[in-house]
Design a binder for this molecule. Structure first.
Ligand SMILES: Cc1cc2nc3c(=O)[nH]c(=O)nc-3n(C[C@H](O)[C@H](O)[C@H](O)COP(=O)(O)OP(=O)(O)OC[C@H]3O[C@@H](n4cnc5c(N)ncnc54)[C@H](O)[C@@H]3O)c2cc1C
Length: 416
């Protein structure tokens, strides 16, 4: 949709094929009876420039559409980092120095680490794992557990012993090192389909384009100067195609085209990490001490109070990112475990009225060191590749996906 909006804005007509009934992909709204949920609680950062710009371009209003929280990381009763209203990076450095839950020596090591990363311009000579980087800079186990591990898992959705230090540094560079607002956390007040893809579809239609849902592409066929797309309702030819399907589907479509088969092989080499979102609906008066809160040494990693965020009172979204023991539990057991943790940690004695577990087993690619991610261009100049897993500085995020789309659109508009 990012590519479609960008091309439409330049007067280039587009047709969007979406196999699902609904737009949004992994970042879409989901109904549970009459409650609007998302296919996973999402959080955006103030540094997601392209995503925020596009949301505005299609009619959104960032201050109305999001609850904006200045950088604050709270692990219930264990750790709190609260950035004061000072220019970046002072806000972070003072935030680290005054963090609760770490000794003065630990806080100084954390500040030294950030200053050292600034000195090397957040660029490593060669990529290593996050754990290796933290050890090299003497971040002890407790600091890793309370500060760096929660940050890494929420940013990269990959455990620290596997995660790419270079990609984490890109995120730290963009979120913590520029303007203070770059580190703001933005929690959507609207469901994710309404936030961007539905508005984007309206924008594309108003600019003369077509958006087709329940219309998956079944094959890509190369002709002399055009590319043909085969769908259940027929075949259509185009001057250019941007393939923005999920990695598995893209690999299947590319495998059948000899020039694109090597890219299919590269995509098939990626491995994936899960994200589980457990929604618990409590009576309306139940609320968390903060809109967003972390737990230490629990199955539950982050909790979001949808009452404070989106007026959905009593609805708590809990997030468990990356691989782990939680995957061994049945959904019912996991929901009970999370409710038990809320009871033990926060004293929420009420039983949830209902729960819903959304398990995305292949939520994002596993963001490992020096991963060879496929580029946006392909051996066929008229076929381009977009998606959160394509080459770029970012891990699998909305911003990575959006940037890949706008980049493909720019590559096409330069040649038309
Ligand atoms: C549970 C969860 C939580 C997340 N949390 C965050 C977060 O907090 N912050 C953040 O920035 N990111 C988060 N992400 C990552 C983010 O959702 C993704 O990076 C982003 O949505 C990927 O977008 P995409 O366009 O690359 O792929 P997708 O969203 O997977 O889109 C691919 C689209 O292609 C369609 N499609 C598939 N096959 C075909 C076909 N043959 N023809 C036509 N269409 C087809 C699919 O239906 C889908 O709509 C999260 C992801 C998950 C799953």
């Amino acid at each position: 949709m990012a590519a479609a909006v960008t091309l439409s804005a330049q007067g280039i007509p587009v047709t969007v094929f979406e196999s699902a009934k609904q737009l949004g992909g992994r970042a879409r709204g989901v109904w549970h009876n009459d409650t609007q949920l998302d296919n996973g609680q999402h959080i955006l950062l103030g540094c997601y420039r392209e995503t925020l710009r596009l949301i505005q371009q299609v009619g959104g209003n960032i201050e109305n559409d999001f609850l904006r929280l200045p950088l604050q990381l709270t692990l219930h009763q264990q750790f709190e980092l609260k950035a004061p209203p000072l220019p970046a990076p002072l806000h972070l450095l003072i935030g680290l120095l005054t963090a609760k839950g770490l000794s003065l020596a630990q806080r100084l090591f954390a500040v030294r680490f950030m200053l050292a990363m600034r000195r090397i311009n957040f660029t490593l000579p060669h990529d290593i794992t996050v754990l290796e980087l933290l050890r090299a800079y003497k971040q002890d186990e407790e600091m890793v557990r309370l500060l760096w591990e929660p940050l890494c898992i929420s940013a990269l959705n990959t455990p620290i012993h596997k995660a790419s230090a270079q990609v984490l540094l890109h995120v730290l560079r963009d979120s913590l090192n520029g303007l203070r607002s770059n580190s703001d956390m933005l929690l959507p007040r609207l469901n994710l389909s309404a936030l961007f893809p539905e508005r984007a579809a309206e924008y594309v239609r108003q600019h003369g384009g077509t958006v087709l849902t329940s219309c998956g592409v079944e094959a890509i066929v190369q002709h002399d100067k055009e590319i043909e797309l085969i769908t259940a309702s027929g075949a259509q030819r185009f001057s250019h195609v941007i393939c923005a399907a999920s990695p598995a589907i893209t690999a299947r479509l590319f495998r059948a085209v000899p020039q694109l088969a090597p890219i299919a092989t590269r995509i098939e080499a990626l491995s994936f990490q899960p994200i589980y979102t457990v929604y618990l609906q409590y009576p309306e008066q139940v609320r968390l001490p903060h809109p967003m809160l972390g737990f230490d040494r629990c199955f539950t990693q982050w909790l979001f109070d949808k009452g404070q965020i989106a007026e959905q009172h009593g609805l708590i979204a809990t997030v468990i990112s990356a691989e782990g023991l939680h995957q061994e539990l049945e959904h019912e057991q996991l929901a009970q475990k999370v409710a038990q943790e809320l009871r033990e940690q926060l004293g929420i004695m009420e039983a949830p009225l209902w729960h819903r577990v959304i398990a995305e087993k292949r939520a994002t690619f596993s963001c490992e060191p020096s991963l060879p991610r496929p580029t946006h261009s392909t051996p066929l100049t008229s076929v381009l590749l977009a998606g959160d897993y394509t080459a770029g500085d970012y891990p699998a995020t909305l911003e990575g996906a959006v940037m890949s789309g706008t980049r493909c659109a720019d590559m096409i508009s330069r040649h038309t």
